[in-house]
Design a protein around this ligand. Structure first.
Ligand code: GLA
Length: 683
């Protein structure tokens, strides 16, 4: 059986676990507790027909297992675990801590989070608890231990799914118990209050603290809090949530050391409350949730970006798409169903980008409860429905793709740096433009690269950069000295760097690097900016190479030896450099000083690739086609071609279609909306 290797920091040596399924994992969140037991046998039969081999079970079931304080009713969970096992379906068993039982919230209302205005979360939802609540922790760990002792040896158990989307509805707590934990966190970080004052620049507005006890949480205030404090509060929040995960994991490791542990990430949240690239060091398998935004015309580009981020967090190892949707969600303003073929394209795009399984929220569509209109694998209409037929067809496709399990996405020639701290720093306190978001440009550059068939590995500052030909540093607002050094060394050793506006502006304390922007990268780039000129919504600025910028411009001066590739052609800054390049020995450092539109970014990336020698994964004949290659250590390789366009596309390929065995020589036509996976002839 295939195995996967945990890279979790608590395991002294990398540890191998059996892969979760026979082939790619396929299934969804399963909440049998919503249904009479008579439905369960039909569920298992429908799962088998669809090729489901794994479910996330028990995610929100605490109140139905621990029915009163210390009183457990395991009956229904015993029966469904056995039924699933008998049906050949494995279980990611969730610790049910995402939804505290009513009796617990009634007995201990103080476990609930408090928002910045001081309002305590009421019962009636989920994830109401504060990760800093000692009482909650005590109850949660008792539940986790009882669950692990009960099912640790159950043959259906494949993995522990800790809680659910930690921080989704319980991030950023502002309660008193959290304030105590916050001060402890600050004391541990700074040791001396003077160091904290220095880091935050608390002399401004005379905020000087004389003890850690004086520091409050950044609660509602009519003016703005200190950006250094805000950034630390984001780090504290991420650590507090991770601390809860680690506490649950410690119990699970103790009781069931051979069972892998994970928790589902939401890497799409930008910036969210969790520093997932850091959390990834603590999970045995990176597992991500991704939901397309129906109103986003480029939702497949967001999906590709998030999938590449998940792979980066997994260190290039296989990861698991643990939730996505078959059709509509229920939390967007208008919940659009997916177009014919869209679900399969979504699923297979995640697989292409390194997921070794794909799961949905949820198996059977609820008829009651607050997610009653969220799609599922078996919709309200039942098995006689297009969605279920598509789910069955997708299951068959995934079975045919079993040979890709354990392969890795071919190492990209281009790396991109993305960082939670940098995004959190940009979001902290007033900034030159509220129209600029930390992830806008990274995602846009990723989309331009994808359109050209160029693969990119999305990394975190500090990850090894050897072996990459090019590095993109897009709006990386915060750069530590170590990051600045790493980027400079990369360029000095022959790498090609593309840095954009709003990179390297502040250091790790969120203090501006004085002396000209982009402080951390001025010398490398041979540019210096003395003032920002952000643009109003809807305004654009023409460049003299025919491209168009929006959102951002700035007064750029170049040093001797820096070549100007394009200038602003209009407005107050007409004639100012907008794209520059400086040679760094065998490498180069390019600077982009405005937010180019999509055609402009494609043109920039195309020129950058030509200059640096970066090549495409495979040659495609038009936009809308994603091409990704996965490779095994033994050299077997698979080319995924996903055609999002409304017309046919072709890609250069030689090999055999994994789903139907058809041979391809030289040129593969992928019909509009279709996906092809080719096991390639030896290259
Ligand atoms: C998240 C949660 C699920 C469900 C879905 C709905 O991903 O983890 O429990 O609420 O959202 O899209």
């Amino acid at each position: 059986m295939t195995s996967f290797t945990s890279h979790s920091a608590d395991l002294a040596e990398h540890t191998a676990f059996p892969w979760l399924a026979d082939g790619l994992a396929y299934g969804g969140d399963y909440s049998p507790e919503q249904w009479p037991e008579a439905v369960w046998a039909e569920d298992v039969a429908l799962m088998q027909r669809a090729g489901v081999n794994l479910v996330n079970l028990g995610v929100f079931s605490w109140g139905l297992v621990e029915v009163a304080d210390g009183e457990f009713d395991w009956g229904w969970l015993d029966r469904i675990m056995d039924l699933l096992h008998d049906g050949g379906i494995g279980v990611n068993l969730a610790t049910p801590t995402a939804a505290p039982p009513t009796w617990l919230l009634q007995a201990h209302p103080e476990i609930a989070t408090v928002d910045a205005e001081g309002r305590r979360t009421a019962q009636g939802g989920r994830l109401a608890w504060s990760p800093s609540s000692a009482t909650f922790r005590r109850y949660a760990l008792r539940m986790v231990r009882a669950l692990a002792e009960r099912y640790g040896d159950h043959p259906a158990l494949r993995m522990w799914h800790v809680s659910n989307e930690l921080g989704n509805e319980n991030g950023r707590c502002y309660g008193e118990e959290t304030a105590v934990a916050w001060r402890e966190w600050l004391t541990a970080k700074y040791g001396e209050v003077a160091a904290m004052n220095d880091a935050w620049g608390s002399a401004f507005w005379g905020h000087r603290y004389t003890s850690f006890a004086q520091v409050e949480l950044p609660r509602h205030n009519r003016t703005q809090h200190n950006p250094g404090l805000l950034l630390d509060f984001e780090r504290f929040t991420s650590d507090a949530l991770l601390g809860h995960y680690l506490a649950e994991r410690a119990v699970l490791r103790e009781v069931t050391p051979a069972i892998p542990v994970t928790t589902n990430f939401m890497v799409q949240a930008n910036p969210g409350v969790a520093d997932y690239a850091r959390w990834a060091e603590e999970v045995d398998l990176v597992a991500n949730d991704h939901y397309t935004i129906g109103a986003d015309p480029h939702r497949e580009a967001d999906l590709a970006f998030c999938a590449d981020r998940s792979r980066g967090m997994a260190g290039g190892r296989p990861w698991l798409l643990i939730e996505h949707s078959t059709a509509a969600v229920n939390w967007q303003p208008v919940n659009r169903a997916k177009a014919p073929g869209e679900m399969a394209r979504n699923t297979l795009a995640h697989i292409a980008r390194g997921a070794d399984g794909a799961m949905f929220f949820q198996w059977r569509q609820s008829t009651a409860g607050s997610e009653q209109f969220h799609s599922a694998m078996v919709p309200h209409a039942g098995a006689d429905s297009q969605v279920y037929r598509d789910v069955v067809a997708l299951g068959a496709t995934l079975r045919a793709l079993a040979p890709v399990v354990g392969s890795r996405v071919e190492r990209a020639q281009v790396a991109m740096l993305l960082d939670h701290d940098a995004a959190a720093a940009w979001a902290s306190g007033p900034k030159p433009s509220s129209l600029v978001t930390a992830v806008d440009l990274p995602r846009a550059v990723h989309r331009a690269l994808t359109e050209l068939g160029i693969a990119v590995d999305v990394l975190r500052p500090g990850d090894a950069l050897d072996g990459y030909r090019a590095l993109v540093v897009p709006t990386l607002f915060l750069a530590t000295d170590a990051t600045a050094d790493a980027v400079r060394d990369f360029a000095a050793s022959g790498g090609h760097v593309l840095v954009t506006y709003l990179s390297g502006i502040v250091d790790e304390t969120n203090r501006v690097r004085a002396g000209g922007y982009p402080g951390a990268f001025c010398d490398l780039l041979g540019v210096r900016v003395d003032e920002f000129f952000p643009l109003f919504a809807g305004d654009t600025v023409a460049l003299d190479d025919g491209s168009t910028g929006s959102l951002w411009s700035e007064r750029v001066e170049v040093s001797d030896g820096t070549e100007v590739l394009a200038r602003l052609a209009e407005g107050d800054l007409a004639g100012t450099p907008a794209v520059t390049r400086r040679a760094t020995g065998a490498g180069s450092a390019t600077y982009l000083a405005t937010r180019l539109d999509h055609p402009g970014l494609v043109a920039l990336v195309r020129a950058f690739a030509a200059y640096t020698g970066v090549t495409a994964v495979a040659t495609v004949d038009g936009p809308g086609m994603e091409v990704v290659r996965r490779v095994h250590d033994d050299g077997r390789s698979f080319l995924f071609a996903i055609n999002h366009a409304a017309s046919d596309r072709t890609v250069a390929a030689n090999g055999r279609d994994l789903t139907d065995g058809t041979a391809t020589e030289g040129r593969l036509v992928v019909p509009a909306g279709a996906v092809r996976v080719i096991e390639e002839d030896p290259r």
